[in-house]
Design a protein around this ligand. Sequence first.
Ligand SMILES: Cc1cc2nc3c(=O)[nH]c(=O)nc-3n(C[C@H](O)[C@H](O)[C@H](O)COP(=O)(O)O)c2cc1C
Length: 151
Amino acid sequence: MRRWATGVSVVTAGSGPAQHGITVNSFSSLSLDPPLCIICIDHRTRAHEAIPAAGTFTVNLLAAGQEDVSARFAGRRPDLADPFDGLAVATAPSGNPVIPGCLGYLDCTLQARLPGGDHTIFVGRVDHAATFEERPPLLFFGGAYRTLAPR
Ligand SMILES: Cc1cc2nc3c(=O)[nH]c(=O)nc-3n(C[C@H](O)[C@H](O)[C@H](O)COP(=O)(O)O)c2cc1C
């Protein structure tokens, strides 16, 4: 998998004191009609409970320069009591947080949960999507963050 380049997203679920976020690169488009996507979530994460509890999830697509946001929601900022600290989040139609500075988001209703070894495959029906300012994406390759190089 180190030889497979992906984008980086933060999947949010829940609102108010129940809001949760997790850094995810297992996001993929699944179907166009109906519009479906998948994320694969480790059984051991808190997100594995938070997403079904919310019944919805929002995939925030990170932009180049958002390495710190990725680190926050991957449990790599132990200095922060809450990974949302200092982030001026907006709200998606589902009520889930929208990460400031992201490229856009897909707001999903949880449609199915499929077994996937030590992960669960969450299938989301995309109810709303938004794109913001066009900027280069944050990428993950070879265990490191990257971005696009100009051709
Ligand atoms: C670039 C990157 C991609 C990741 N992708 C996933 C993923 O697709 N699924 C997953 O379960 N964890 C993934 N993780 C790990 C979780 O972000 C990490 O375990 C997180 O701390 C879980 O948070 P939680 O237990 O608070 O929900 C990824 C981490 C990084 C840095």
